[in-house]
Design a protein around this ligand. Sequence first.
Ligand code: NAD
Ligand code: ZN
Length: 251
Amino acid sequence: MDDQEALSRAAEALFRAERCLVLTGAGISLESGIPTFRGPGGLWEGFRAEELATPEAFAANPARVWRWYRWRAAQYGDCAPNGGHEVIAKLEDRFPDFLLATQNVDGLHPRAGSRRLVELHGTITQMRCEICGALEPFPDPVAPDEDPIPRCDGCHGRMRPHILWFGEQYWPGVLERAMGAARDAEVVLVVGTSGQVWPPAMLALQAKRLGAFLIDVNPDATEISAAADVHLRGPSGELLPLLWERLLALG
Ligand code: NAD
Ligand code: ZN
């Protein structure tokens, strides 16, 4: 299948379907200037993400973990959604039944206009009280941090980023919503995920097993692209706008 045929087949599958699930990972935000964890630029002050984004790392050195998240929040704040995020936001209006389940915490999907979404791993735009669970907006990342560890307004508990860390359980309802969409979907569009993070990869493969048409957008070959009906091989910021044009041409 050449690239043109792949685009046409993907557009036709989206055109025919009424129930669509979109799954995105860090790759969709790369063209916005946000590095993936596994690619180049994935280190911070010599640490790997797996050494910072854990409850153990936070317990051992909360100030360091907060510094890392403030740095990431400042970096993300300087970035804007790209053409890939924009196409996914427009896509949701074409389907009576639609869900975007993202692994990303950068907030670029909501900034691009996505509304029917579930942020599987939380968001860097919020923080949460460790004691009472209250959610508050993430502090201004470039304000001088008098207190490196913010406190809850209500109970004075320690706040943490509202992000699912390695080794933590998914929040109640979050995964169930994505699993329901995977069960019902006629078409699943996966963008920019290595497939090494389960369960998001499992959602795509399970939907495929249940008969969904699986489209993968990724410059690299992955376990998901190997199982896909169509692999659009290249950067999503370029390929998703081309896919959108094909879709519009169909009606
Ligand atoms: P990953 O880093 O494991 O994989 C990224 C994938 O994107 C790779 O397969 C790569 O080939 C692909 N890719 C690279 N450039 C691309 C492009 N231009 N267009 C499309 N795809 C491209 O990321 P992951 O699978 O999402 O898992 C890492 C975990 O880290 C996730 O849980 C995620 O939440 C988190 N994370 C989030 C962000 C963010 O919020 N932007 C950034 C880094 C990591
Ligand atoms: Zn509290």
